[in-house]
Design a protein around this ligand. Structure first.
Ligand SMILES: [Zn+2]
Length: 83
């Protein structure tokens, strides 16, 4: 369907994987972090330039929290945090 994929890469070990959806990548990321206490970085690769920008806006890699409240990428985070 679309060309999106999400790559997660651990900063503390050799763990690295890619997923077709943010949701599945997030599950694996959190599983690794919670299981091993590692710091996992992730990167969204997508043909759509707007989505790439949204990923940068979200400050995911820097861990600086939300920057762009309009980013669709924040929806799943808020769903977990606030529900
Ligand atoms: Zn690791």
């Amino acid at each position: 369907m679309d060309e999106a994929n999400v790559v997660i890469e651990c900063r503390d070990c050799e763990f690295r994987s890619s997923f077709p959806h943010v949701g599945s990548a997030r599950v694996a990321l959190e599983d690794h972090e919670s299981a091993l206490g590692h710091d996992v970085d992730w990167q969204i690769n997508r043909v759509d330039a707007g989505v790439e920008r949204a990923g940068a806006d979200a400050g995911i890699c820097g861990g600086s929290g939300r920057v762009n409240a309009d980013s669709p990428l924040l929806e799943w985070r808020e769903a977990d945090d606030e529900s």
